[in-house]
Each structure stands twice: as structure tokens, then as C-alpha cells.
Design a protein around this ligand. Structure first.
Ligand code: FMN
Length: 201
């Protein structure tokens, strides 16, 4: 029995999304990982990515570490006046997904490969995952607060990647107008940053 559980676990770890539709993510694993001081020692920006997809389990763990809930209505990151005004989108080969942290789901927003639309740097189109951070300014306590809140999420991604041997780079270099259009955002929503994630080359 434990062998079957292990095989299913391995499959979930390595299986990419495969379908362009809403995806229920596996429950994030909230234990283990590298000791914090070691992860801080390894935290760095990496800009060369292997052509290798991120498995569903790792994706779920990553998204939870970035912006999941660790209490009933509060998250792993602080947020000015607890406005939680940042929305996180995952741009994958299969499509663009909104991360619904409460439901632990990826909700399909646009079908197709939009990775190259998230930025002009040469590694962007081939890396398996680009996160896009969007501020809801009518929910935020201010623009500065939204930028600070976004920084916490990005740093969590950096530390998760350091712990898991993944590569990442946060990017101000993002086609903000283009992504605004593709994501069909309103005038009160602003694309703040992108963050590329994958396996190091
Ligand atoms: C707000 C912000 C925007 C950034 N934008 C980019 C970018 O567009 N492209 C890029 O390659 N790196 C970008 N970086 C990464 C920095 O260049 C990188 O963090 C810096 O060189 C220090 O390297 P380290 O992260 O390895 O310590 C950005 C970093 C921050 C904090």
C-alpha cells in the first residue's frame, strides 16, 4: 500500500499540468525544506533555465509558500492593513492561470502559451513558469503598500527556490501594458512585477 502512495506522490511531483483547464492542485506539503539560514545563504537570482516542466506537487508547494493561507483568513506574507490586494497569476506553457489560494486551484484565464509575453529577456519564453503579480488598487491601502506587499511574495518565492534547488529571477522588466490587456484587467488593476521560475540549466 505504501508503495502505491509513494508512486502516486512521485507522479504528482513530476507530472506537469498537461491540460489547459482549471486545475485542482495537490495539497501543499507544509513541512520539511531547507533550514532558513541555509536557504538565506543560497538565495540568489538565476537567469538560465533548463527545458523542464515543474511538477504539480512542486507547483502547489511553491504557490502556497508564495501566497497561500496559513491561517483562516491570513496568508504566509504580511499585507498592509491586511488588504491582500495582490493577485498572483501563473503563466505556464498550457495557459495563464489565476492562483485561487483558498481553493488551492489554478483557474484558467487564457488558453495557450503566453510566456514570451511576460518579458523580453531571452530566458523568459523557455522557462516553465512566469509568475505575474497584479495589484488591485481599489483594494489596496496605497500604491506603495501594494509594491511592498508584492516584495514579500517575491522573497518567499526566492527562499522556496533556494530551498528546492530551483532557479528564479524577479523582473521589473515586464510588458505591463501587454499583460494588462491579455489578463483583461480593469483600470484599477496594475501589473507590478513578474518572476521567472524553473530548474537551473
Ligand atoms: C524590483 C526588482 C526588479 C528587478 N528586475 C529585474 C529584471 O527585470 N530583470 C532581471 O534580470 N533581474 C531583475 N531583478 C533582479 C536583480 O537584478 C537582482 O536581484 C540583483 O542583481 C541582485 O542579485 P541577487 O538577487 O542574486 O542577489 C530585479 C530585482 C528587483 C528587486
Amino acid at each position: 500500500m505504501s508503495r502505491i502512495v509513494f508512486i502516486v506522490f512521485l507522479f504528482l511531483c513530476t507530472c506537469p499540468l498537461l491540460q489547459a483547464q482549471d486545475v485542482s492542485l495537490p495539497e501543499p506539503v507544509k513541512s520539511g525544506g531547507m533550514p532558513l539560514m541555509e536557504a538565506l545563504s543560497k538565495r540568489q537570482t538565476i537567469r538560465a533555465y533548463a527545458d523542464r516542466a515543474i511538477g504539480q506537487q512542486t507547483l502547489s508547494n511553491l504557490l502556497w509558500a508564495a501566497y497561500g493561507f496559513n491561517r483562516a483568513d491570513k496568508r504566509v506574507v504580511p499585507s498592509a492593513q491586511n488588504r491582500q490586494e495582490i493577485d498572483l497569476y501563473a503563466v505556464l506553457k498550457e495557459g495563464i492561470y489565476f492562483y485561487d489560494a483558498k481553493a488551492n486551484k489554478l483557474l484558467l484565464k487564457a488558453k495557450g502559451d503566453y510566456r514570451k509575453d511576460t518579458g523580453g529577456q531571452d530566458f523568459v519564453a523557455g522557462a516553465p513558469l512566469n509568475l505575474v503579480y497584479v495589484a488591485n488598487l481599489d483594494r489596496a491601502s496605497g500604491h506603495d503598500a501594494a509594491c511592498v506587499d508584492c516584495g514579500f511574495i517575491s522573497q518567499n518565492v526566492y527562499l522556496f527556490c533556494a530551498s528546492e534547488g530551483l532557479a528564479t529571477v524577479v523582473r521589473g522588466g515586464i510588458n505591463k501594458a501587454g499583460m494588462h490587456k491579455i489578463l483583461q484587467l480593469t483600470a484599477h488593476q496594475e501589473v507590478l512585477l513578474a518572476q521567472t521560475v524553473g530548474y537551473p540549466k
